[in-house]
Design a protein around this ligand. Structure first.
Ligand SMILES: [Zn+2]
Length: 134
């Protein structure tokens, strides 16, 4: 079992795929800020934690990508697992390098967008770790 994020979203102005997470995140392609919001960050954190607790790895055994949310999760699973395996200490630097290796073709705006999502997810995961060790 895995926790999927069945979520697709396109900017109503420019048609770019992206996730309007948090309160004020604009379209990474055109900068438009829409009212529509989704609780992507807590759901992403939950999905990553679920894999880690169930399988001892952020990467699930099978992952069928059927939405934009799942596509982004697929990248985050590999990123967080590689980060853990690498023993690196600076997550933001690691994430930057990880994403720069992906061929974004016409969706270059996605690189910065997923980078920002990864930092938010990392922040939340770290908060979770602190509260369980106290
Ligand atoms: Zn847009």
């Amino acid at each position: 079992m895995t926790l999927h994020i069945m979520y697709n979203h396109k900017c109503p102005k420019c048609g770019a795929y992206y996730i309007p997470y948090d309160e004020d995140v604009p379209c990474p392609n055109c900068g438009y800020v829409e009212k529509d919001r989704v609780d992507f960050i807590p759901r992403a954190v939950e999905s990553l934690k679920f894999n880690y607790e169930a399988y001892g790895s952020y990467i699930p055994f099978a992952w069928w990508i059927s939405s934009l949310g799942d596509y982004i999760m697929d990248i985050l699973f590999s990123m967080f697992q590689d980060y853990e395996d690498s023993g690196a200490e600076d997550f933001s630097k690691f994430a930057r390098e990880f994403l720069s290796k992906i061929n974004w073709r016409d969706n270059k705006y996605m690189e910065e967008h997923i980078y920002n999502i990864a930092l938010r997810v990392y922040e939340e995961l770290e908060k979770g770790k602190e509260s369980t060790t106290l």
